[in-house]
Ligand binder design. Structure first.
Ligand code: KIV
Ligand code: ZN
Length: 387
């Protein structure tokens, strides 16, 4: 892996599985883990081993079987959680334990009822305990996005001092704007003396639809790990979508200054797999993997595409594992696209016949949202019969 590349930490099997309605059984999790390894993600967060015996078993099985990526288990900052996570990941080629503790005033006061000093003490104890059993420890100050910068800096410094190799900054409730989130990363880089001893990571939720934008703003400030999920599934409105982050970094590496190790041709098949297993439908206009992502209906766009693909496409569908651009026939389509489809269906029609079929086609389009090949064939056959 190039040092310049962003580490892709996939949490489909942990945060993604926390989406209401997305739970997976152990066999399904293993299937997804294999797909993530084929996609070449750097880290798989396989689950939260203390959450249930099933979660523990799944993390353990994935740690024992999956080769390539680091396998990570999540733990709150207490001995029982950490020991369970250590045990679950110990069979992995590259085990990682991810310890988290909330730091924002809201969480300190209402959830944890802990003072700042106690938060720092517990974070340090948790990281040290995890480091006793595992070299690769990640620490997350939960709700970092709403934590006072100065206190966040103190917690981060103490966690690194205690042995955390990755410091993950979560926007747990998806509250930040891109400039605000970038400012947190800039602050930590400029004010935490030992910050360069750890990899800075980000974990953005999508409550305001800003998860990918916030993650990329952080990357531009030097974050070198992003946490994300396939199809953006996760708590509430979900996490940053892996496929969107990866294709933004691949397509606009010129502006973002870094790339990933992902085999992008595996993006679409992995998206389909996760959607089928979780039953979480991918919206039709979803960037990169939605059914419309590489489909063109309007006549002007179809005409442009037939002349030169880059007029209306900034990525090639085959680069994300979709076999080809789809020129969808509908009421906005023009004569060029209809002629192309007719030729693809094996017909060679005279211009006069094509004119007639084109007007039949427009009449049909007012009755049907989408025109399928069988509809076009029926129109041609009708015209051929009537001479
Ligand atoms: O959103 C969050 O803060 C989390 C942490 C456990 C990293 O998922
Ligand atoms: Zn989360």
């Amino acid at each position: 892996m190039s040092d310049e590349n962003v580490i892709i930490f996939d949490t489909t099997l942990r945060d993604g599985e926390q989406s209401p309605g997305a739970s997976m059984n152990t066999a399904e999790k293993l299937e997804v883990a294999h797909a993530l390894a084929d996609l070449n993600v750097d880290v798989i967060e396989a689950g939260f081993p203390i959450a249930s015996p099933g979660d523990y078993e799944a993390v353990k099985l994935i740690a024992d079987e999956i080769k390539g990526p680091s396998i990570c288990g999540l733990a709150r900052c207490n001995d029982k959680d950490i020991d369970r996570a250590l045990d679950a990941v110990k069979g992995a080629e590259r085990p990682r334990v991810h310890v988290f503790l909330a730091t924002s005033a809201i969480h300190r006061e209402f959830k944890l009822r802990m003072a700042k000093e106690e938060i720092i003490r517990r974070a340090v104890e948790g990281v040290k305990r995890a480091r006793n059993g595992c070299d690769d420890v990640e620490f997350s100050p939960e709700d970092a996005g709403r934590t006072e910068h100065e206190f966040l800096g103190q917690v981060v410094e103490a966690a690194i001092e205690a042995g955390a190799r990755t410091i993950n900054i979560p926007d747990t409730v998806g509250y930040n704007t891109p400039d605000e989130f970038a400012e947190i990363i800039r602050y930590l880089k400029g004010n935490v003396p030992n910050i360069d001893q750890a990899i800075l990571s980000v974990h953005c939720h999508n409550d305001l639809g800003l998860a990918v934008a916030n993650s990329l703003a952080a990357v531009q400030q030097g974050a070198r790990q992003v946490e994300c999920t396939i199809n953006g599934i996760g708590e509430r409105a979900g996490n940053a979508s892996l496929e969107e982050l990866v294709m933004a970094l691949t397509t606009r590496g010129d502006r973002l200054g870094t790339k990933t190790n992902i085999k992008t041709k595996r993006l679409y098949p992995t998206s389909r797999l996760v959607s089928n297993i979780t039953g979480m439908h991918v919206q039709r206009n979803k960037a990169i993997v939605g059914r419309n992502a590489f489909a063109h209906e309007s006549g002007i766009h179809q005409d442009g595409m037939l002349k030169e693909r880059t007029t209306y496409e900034i990525m090639r569908p085959e680069d994300v594992g979709i076999s080809q651009t789809e020129l969808v026939l509908g009421k906005h389509s023009g004569r060029h696209a209809l002629r192309k489809r007719i030729e693809e269906l094996g017909y060679h029609l005279a211009e006069a016949q094509l004119d007639k079929i084109f007007s039949d086609f427009k009449v049909l389009c007012d009755k049907k949202k989408e025109i399928f090949d069988a509809d076009v064939e029926a129109l041609i056959e009708q015209r051929i019969q009537s001479g």
